[in-house]
Each structure stands twice: as C-alpha cells, then as structure tokens.
Design a protein around this ligand. Sequence first.
Ligand code: GAP
Length: 452
Amino acid sequence: MAVDTVSMDKIVSLCRRRGFVFPSSEIYGGLGSTYDYGHYGVLLKNNIKARWFEAMILERDDIVALDSAVILHPRVWEASGHVEGFTDPLVDCRTCKLRFRADKLEDSQCGRKPSKHPGETPECDLTEPRQFNLMFETTVGPVQEEGAKAYLRPETAQGIFINFKNVLQIARRRPPFGIAQIGKSFRNEITPGNFLFRVREFEQMEMEYFVPPAESERWYRYWIDERLDWYLRYGLRRSRLRVREHGPEERSHYSQGTSDIEYLYPIGWSELEGVANRGDFDLTRHTEFSTTKLEYVGPDGERYVPHVIEPAVSLERIIVAMLVDAYDEEVVGERERTVLRFHPEVAPVTAAILPLIAKDEGLVSKARSLYEELRKRQSVEYDDNGAIGRRYRRQDEIGTPWAFTIDEQTLSDDTVTVRDRDSLAQERLPIGGVRRWLDDALERDWKTPKGD
Ligand code: GAP
C-alpha cells in the first residue's frame, strides 16, 4: 500500500539522513528556520529549476530570461508599495518573550503551554499589535546614514518591472511577452516554520507576462492552467492539487485577481504557487516614481501600459510538495524500504552504477568505465560500498529511478541488469546499450505508482 500522507517529521528526518537539507549554522546552535542544502538537495533544486526554465523559456518563443540584482534602489520598494504596506501585525508576549502574528494566533503555540494558543492562559501577557515590515534592511556603502538604507529584495518581481524598458527595446518584444527570473528573496517572517515551507530566505521563480489590457483575463486563466499542468507533468498527484481563487478582501493591493495553486501538505491545503493578475499597477507606479515611461508603443503609434499576469513560486514550496508526494514506504520480501518516487527528470541522481562485488577488479573496472561514459551526460553515481541490498535501499531513499548492476555474467557476455526503483523489475541489456536505454527511459512518460 502506498503511503498516502507522510508527516513533516519523516520528511525532515529523511532529508537530514540522506544529506538533502541540513539545519543551518548547526555547530553554533542553529538559526531557527534556516536551512542549508546538501549535495542531493542541490541536485534536486537544480533539476526543478531546469524544468521550470525549460517550460518557461526554452520551450517557448515569447518569454526571455533575466537575473536582476538582489539589492535595488530603495525607491523601487516605495513605488511597489512594500515600504508602506509589506507588513504583518506583530504581538510580543512579555511572559514567554516569543513573537506571534496577531492575525494567526490560532495557528501558533503558547511558549509555555504548547497545547494552548497565545493569549489563552492567564500567564500570557500580549502587547497590542503593531505593524512589522517584513523587509530586511541593510546599508549600502561604509557609512550608516539614512541615505544609504537599502533592502534585500522580498520578491524577484520588481527587478523585472524596472527592466521592462530594456527588454522591450533590446529583445524587441511586443505584448504578449514575458520576463522570467529565478533568484533569492528575503522576508523577515514573524513565524517561519514547517520546515522549508515558510523560511526567511528562499529562492523564487517568477514570471511577469505583459499583455494588452483587454486580454488580461484570458491570459490569467491560461497561466493558471499552464502552471497546474506543469506540476502534473512532473508527477504531483492530481488529488493533491487544487486551485483556490482569492476573494476581493484577501487580494494584495496590486491584484485584480489571484488564484493559489494549493497542495495538500502535511499541514493541510496550503499555497504552493500564486498566479496573479496585477493589472497595470507596477508599470504605472514605476513610471510615476522614476519618471521613466514604462509603456508599449506599437508600430502604428498605438500606446498603452500592458497588464501583467504573474505566476510566482518558491523552490522551497515545490521541494516540500515533491518530497511529500514522492515519499513511500513498503515491505518487500519481509524488508521495509523507504523510497522517494520522484519523477525521473527531477530525481537528484538518474542512475546508480553498482559492481556486485566491490573487491572483484574485473567487475569494478567494467562498472567504472560505464560510470565514466554515463556521467558525461547524466547525473549518475558509482557505489561499491556495502552489501548490494543496502546500496539499493540507499538509492531508493534518494529517489534514483534506475540502478545498473555489473555482475559475473557481465564478464562473460557484456550484459548488465537494470533495476527499476518503482516496480523493482529487473531486465538484462548489453552494456554498450545502457546510454541509449537511459536516454529513452527519460523520454518515456512517467506516472507515479501512488495513483492519482
Ligand atoms: N511577486 C509576488 C509574490 O512574491 P507571494 O505570494 O508573496 O507573491 C510568491 O509569493 C510565492 O513565493 C508563494 O506562492 C510561495 O511559493 C513563495 N513564498 C512566499 N513566501 C515564502 C516563504 N517565506 N518561504 C518560502 N516560500 C515563500
């Protein structure tokens, strides 16, 4: 039976055990809700970014890439509304010295009595709520004076808007067209938590799609569908995804319409990605604040401020969703195994090369030359450490879809066995055909055996 719902604790412990993600600054006692990515975490992240980049840019003709600075001119954040409005209501507890979001007290735990919410016990002594800006401030240049104050970007989107004119002119685009970027964003969240789900430093993948105003609703719906399809394409189960449209009271100041693509995380249905119709808010505001006109002028002299449709997500939320969706436990021949059933194109390692007996020089040499051949094109791993069963289990836990085993028979007929992570089926094939076999396997449609 497939594991339907896995706890966040199991995911955290697997990530640590297998070196996907470590708590940051651990040797100094840790820094709450901050994480470092280990080898497999980096490979997983790189694959997710590559799949997003392919879908957004390489497979299309209408979107270009950008990599803007993290620290922008401080006026950018005045124009965007972040200086004034990017705030959450904060309360302090004078008794336990913890801080809470005043609008999320029912989701928080009292520092002294974790079974209660803040304010529920007679000892709780909460301050009045005050607005707390989530942007991290920093100082540019050596002198700490007011004029040098700057911010770490809380979203990558504004770096795109301020480059609208550059792209329009140099990439010679006309709406509808998009600009996409991947990069770190920073928010001083009052209550980060749930592993990578809400952190203070995260990597966003955002795309701003500029459209003629009359077409904005159509493109808004289009991008909701596109993004939902992307998650299905990379193996997330349909039953774990839903689209939730925000009511007018829930929308951000810039939004004419927002839908969350939600995933059923262990903490319940929560926002994975947001798709927003931002109207002309951003280009109009930056025109006002910078006095540079950000508009489209057509060949016949028609001019207008394009409206913007924005799909925005963090790698962290995708990683948690993919880990949760992929996690499985099963008993095989009286042995339990834990397996991450990742889509082969996001799995950190595509194939493992395993000589059956580590001390057999003939097997090792064949295995190593296969490994050298494959590693030029794929993420592959050579492992001759320990019993073969243990090596398979290790690969299962990091989600490697295929393992090629080199055994005695290889020495006589130059064939190897390939073991499939999901079905556990094994087949033999010529060692010279492995590279091609792997290319074909990656091209095949993949569906999680966990069902819909
Ligand atoms: N440019 C629009 C924007 O940034 P947002 O809803 O605030 O909108 C977009 O953020 C996405 O960024 C979210 O859907 C989520 O995937 C991710 N995200 C936001 N805050 C996050 C945090 N503290 N930790 C991890 N991911 C976060």
